[in-house]
Design a protein around this ligand. Structure first.
Ligand code: ADP
Length: 486
């Protein structure tokens, strides 16, 4: 079965968040199940060396103002199709934002073009490769099924995957003309969203199936509290909505082989974890601490991640003797808030602002616990990395965090299956109590070590989840060929 997977980022080439990690790992797991997946991405500057090496598959005389081509190339276990259109993607810096941190003005064209080309490949195929199913990820690829819808009957089925319904790609309705999309799609049942065009809504409205990245989030987005205005459409399509948990790439995130760590370790030989802890304490300018945990945060700094709540409880965290190392970037007020609090508590709170993949691995390797106080969290990956690295996740009970962490309540402790600590989301008080509970558990080494082992032993790779995607894709392809045969 040939699958065209369309996305805007992919590890290890270009990453701003969890989407990239999934796109870098899921295709390999699907290929292992007998699929032939090609990943269609924009050819950003970070991919220029690969683009040069690739084979030209298709040429477009004009794609929104200048020529473009589609290039195929393989790298890092992935078969890539790169959309080489320098006028759209050849820009330095963040793939979505300009130098002032604002969305690129022409994002609707940049990602509309990605979808338009994907639809051409989906419909017509390449010289020696035809598409059985299209798998589109997040709003940036949301228009693919809209293009397929207007291009006629004989098109492959399409599955949209929602990573975060808060990011929808909403643009003025005038974009429809530029994107050559039929006005008949601009309805409340289609891609119209409060008078504007929502790319993600198009994906949801026109795909055959909708997946999202955890079972709990699938339930949450049916409610107005989490659905961001799309709950009505999702309720209407709830029989087509499935929550499939993200896995993690067990090769990229393995403490026994991770060259970014100061010392390797594994479940059977944990000695290296202490060396990583010591190095981290030095790196963040913290005072050494033995009888209280070293907490970390690795996150986008945004209201979604609940880090304003963390700012409120840092004084009591420090009062308990614990330490905190933070790596993050994003919201300017939060960045300022963390810098201020770090200067108020030197030796107890250390902050690094920015995006640093190596440091993210080192924080997972050296910390005792990670704090994830998200207000909502579709799946979350950092808690999964943490468990694999023997770092206890302390998480808000929402979305994928609720689905992947077993709270150390009395029953779980008695059954010896706890992997972390959960608390009610959107409450500084609950976060503070969870931190207190973590400190208490840390002071009981037998229980703490058992929790670490439980987390490290958890099977968080892609096998199980990829099998669910595989099943879903194969059923759709079978139903589609039956429909075409009739
Ligand atoms: P989201 O996609 O909402 O940002 P996830 O938990 O799904 O959240 O994925 C976040 C990914 O980005 C993880 O791989 C995490 O390690 C990484 N990450 C987040 N912030 C940073 C940062 N400042 N530096 C390095 N990696 C980061």
């Amino acid at each position: 079965m040939n699958v065209l997977l369309v996305a805007s980022e992919c590890s290890p080439f270009v990453k701003t968040g969890g989407l990239a990690d999934v796109i870098g790992a899921l295709p390999k797991a699907l290929n292992n199940l007998g699929q032939d997946v090609k990943v269609l991405l924009p050819a950003y500057p970070a991919l220029s060396a690969l683009t040069e090496k690739g084979k030209t598959e298709l040429k477009f005389a004009s794609l929104h103002g200048a020529p473009a081509r589609l290039v195929s190339v393989s790298s890092d276990g992935l078969n890539l199709l790169l959309l080489d259109a320098p006028h759209l993607y050849g820009r330095a810096g963040n793939i979505y934002l300009d130098a002032n941190g604002m969305d690129w003005q022409d994002n609707y064209l940049r990602f509309g073009a990605l979808s338009e080309v994907a639809a051409v490949v989906a419909k017509d195929g390449l010289k020696d490769w035809s598409v059985d199913l299209v798998s589109v990820h997040d709003w940036q690829a949301g228009l693919v099924p809209a293009y397929l819808r207007q291009s006629g009957e004989k098109v492959p089925p399409c599955v949209v995957t929602i990573y975060n319904i808060a990011f929808q790609g909403v643009f003025e309705p005038t974009c429809l003309d530029d994107l050559k999309l039929d006005k008949s799609l601009f309805t409340p049942e289609g891609l119209e969203y409060y008078g504007k065009v929502s790319f993600l809504k198009a994906g949801i409205a026109f795909s055959d199936k909708i997946t999202t990245v955890s079972p709990t989030y699938a339930g949450e987005i049916l409610q107005s509290e989490f659905g961001m205005g799309l709950e009505g459409l999702l309720q209407a399509r709830k029989d087509d909505l499935v929550g499939i948990l993200n896995g993690i790439d067990l090769d990229s995130w393995d403490p026994s082989t991770d060259t970014r760590l100061f010392a390797a370790y594994s479940i059977s030989s944990m000695k290296g974890k202490a060396a990583n802890r010591a190095a981290l304490i030095e790196r963040f300018g913290l005072n050494p601490v033995k009888n209280a945990p070293l907490f970390c945060v690795v996150s986008r700094l945004s209201a979604q991640k609940g880090l304003d709540l963390l700012l409120q409880v840092i004084p009591t965290l420090v009062g308990r003797g614990a330490k905190l190392a933070i790596l993050g970037a994003g919201d300017k007020d939060l960045e300022k808030g963390f810098l201020e609090i770090a200067s108020r508590y030197p030796g107890s709170v250390g902050v690094v602002l920015g995006y640093d993949e190596s440091l993210a691995h080192q924080l997972q390797g050296g910390s005792d616990a990670i704090l994830i106080p998200s207000r909502f969290e579709p799946c979350g990956l950092t808690q999964l990395y943490a468990m694999r690295y023997g770092t206890i996740p302390v998480v808000a009970r929402t979305g994928g965090l609720a689905d992947t962490v077993i709270d150390a309540n009395d029953a779980a402790l008695a059954a010896q299956c706890a992997t972390g600590i959960q608390f009610v989301s959107d409450s500084a008080l609950a976060l503070d109590m969870a931190i207190a509970r973590t400190c208490e558990l840390f002071s009981q080494p037998t229980i703490w070590k058992k929790m670490i082992r439980n987390g490290m032993a958890q099977a968080s790779g892609w096998d199980k989840s990829a099998a669910r995607y595989d099943q879903l894709f194969r059923a759709l392809v079978a139903a589609n060929s039956k429909r075409i045969d009739q």
